[in-house]
Design a protein around this ligand. Structure first.
Ligand SMILES: [Mg+2]
Length: 179
């Protein structure tokens, strides 16, 4: 890696239950509801030089519940509701228990994104609503924030570095506290 390459920090963010209201195996854009305030918070982060990258498990694809095309249509709707404030999305279609290096809690998607986008993991965070989001962040060497939306209240004991009510507070915590 070139010394002149300037790495930037990222907010790695889970999708379901974190950026949008949890819908079991969401595959219809009509069901997408981004949380209020998320778009503005992410816009602020990006204006300060942060990359915002979605890291999402979608085993519904591996199970045959829906297609990659349906996933993409949900992504398109979500990103629209977030006013385009997403730099990239990484998705793992793998089933649990298959030894995937990408499916959370494995760190593969974060490591791949860091390589693709020139991310400084030491300054970055993983934000999510489940224990495997937090484990994924820890496995990738980033700090972790659990939100109480989605399944968050069922995972309060997962050992996240920070606990906040929603993704909006998570983003402002990172930016305001210069963490
Ligand atoms: Mg989630």
């Amino acid at each position: 890696m070139s010394d002149s390459l300037v790495l930037r920090p990222a907010l790695f963010v889970d999708r379901d239950g974190t950026l949008m209201v949890e819908v079991d195996h969401c595959h219809d854009p009509a069901d997408v509801r981004a949380y209020p305030g998320a778009a503005e918070a992410l816009a602020r982060a990006r204006s300060l030089g942060w990359a915002v990258i979605i890291i999402t498990n979608q085993s519904g694809i591996g199970r045959g519940y829906f297609t990659v095309e349906q996933f993409e249509s949900v992504q398109k709707e979500l990103i629209s509701q977030l006013d385009g404030n997403i730099d990239a999305s990484y998705m793992a279609p793998d089933l649990p228990g298959m030894g995937s290096t990408r499916r959370k809690p494995a760190p593969g998607m974060i490591l791949e994104a860091a390589e693709d986008h020139g991310i400084d993991l030491k300054r970055s965070f993983m934000i999510g609503d489940r224990n495997f989001d937090i484990e994924c962040g820890r496995n990738a060497g980033v700090r972790t924030i659990l939100v109480e939306t989605g399944y968050g209240k069922e995972h309060l004991g997962c050992g996240a570095d920070f606990l906040v009510p929603t993704v909006t507070e998570a983003v402002h915590l990172v930016l305001d506290e210069s963490l």
